[in-house]
Design a protein around this ligand. Structure first.
Ligand SMILES: [Fe+2]
Ligand SMILES: [Fe+2]
Length: 331
């Protein structure tokens, strides 16, 4: 775990003491959630206008919070126990560490300076998430397993694909679970509020990934495209397999010391953040609503991740649940 956070790439500024000012925090939070390109034309993936807009979006929605100045709120005994008993801390820290190195490795393999800069900043933000989590566990006395090394990936594109789709799956459910935790009052509002910028940052990350995917599909040579689609399908199969537990012990599924990691937190998570049982249709409906809410502030000409919302709507239809009305334009 790095003791100090290096500055973000691209000359972006980290706020330190000044970010403690409430008005500045509110302005940074607003800037991270709302962004529309000044370019009035269409933003078709593969065009220079689209690439430029995505790079501007990612840079201008950067939230300059500094993990070391986060003031972790006091928790009563029960809330602290609930937090400590969540089975996620080891995998959460390690996932951020892996995401960081994979994103940086892929960014550095790119020739296009705008995509390289955006994905590099994304990787840097994963390192910051890791530091936020490290500070959180230290503040509440949560003990972590020793961390494994994070070697750079051999196949940078595959590693980025798996990381990006993995974030699309995890963020979709995390949005709903986070809202559930907020509503249940299981954790004090100050703690939920403190963690909120990290959740919105994951929304930005999968927005960037969806637009990278669309750009990549348009710009790779026609003869590489079928193989790329095979890799996309393989990434989904791998992640689905991992999440139903069959892949435990392979790559991300186990920490190498025989301790199972909870890649299925969503299944048990709703019970962990609320005192009542939440039905699967209710949880999916909430995930969809939160997903729409978090993306609503970004330029509707940019692509959104669509697979998880589509799967959730399909599942709800099978369960006989009335479909929530989607907001914004997804593609
Ligand atoms: Fe992250
Ligand atoms: Fe992320």
């Amino acid at each position: 775990m790095e003791a100090e956070l290096s500055p973000p790439p691209g000359g972006l500024q980290l706020a330190s003491v000044a970010i403690l000012d409430k008005a500045l925090i509110a302005a940074a939070d607003h800037a991270a959630r709302y962004w529309t390109s000044a370019d009035p034309g269409p933003l078709r993936p593969g065009t220079e206008a689209h690439t430029r807009a995505v790079a501007h979006m990612f840079r201008e929605t950067f939230n300059p919070y500094k993990p070391t100045v986060i003031d972790w709120p006091h928790l009563d005994v029960e809330a602290r126990e609930r937090l400590i008993s969540l089975p996620i801390w080891d995998i959460a820290v390690q996932t951020e560490g892996k995401a960081r190195i994979r994103m940086l490795a892929y960014a550095h393999s790119l020739a296009d300076p705008l995509w390289r800069e955006s994905i590099e900043l994304n990787g840097w933000e994963e390192g910051r998430h890791k530091m936020v989590l490290a500070n959180l566990v230290a503040a509440y006395g949560i003990t972590l397993e020793p961390e494994p090394p994070y070697p750079p990936p051999q196949n940078t594109e595959w590693a980025y694909l798996v990381t990006g789709f993995s974030e699309c799956i995890d963020s979709f459910f995390a949005f709903g679970l986070f809202a559930l935790a907020e509503r249940s009052g299981f954790f004090p509002p100050e703690l939920v509020e403190t963690f909120e910028p990290v959740m919105q940052e994951e929304c930005r990350h999968i927005l960037l990934f969806a637009n990278w995917l669309a750009w990549h599909r348009r710009t790779i040579t026609w003869w590489r495209r079928p193989w790329f689609e095979v890799k996309v399908a393989a990434a989904w199969l791998f992640l689905g397999w991992e999440r139903i537990g069959l892949a435990r012990g392979m790559d991300d599924g186990q920490d190498g010391r025989g301790k199972p990691q909870d890649n299925n937190f969503t299944v048990t998570g709703s019970k962990a953040v609320t005192d009542g049982d939440v039905s699967i249709p209710d949880l999916l409906t909430l995930c969809l609503a939160e997903n729409d809410r978090r993306f609503a502030g970004y330029d509707t000409r940019l692509r959104r991740p669509t697979t998880m919302p589509a799967l959730a709507r399909l599942a709800l239809r099978f369960m006989g649940r009335k479909q929530p009305i989607p907001s914004g334009t997804a593609s």
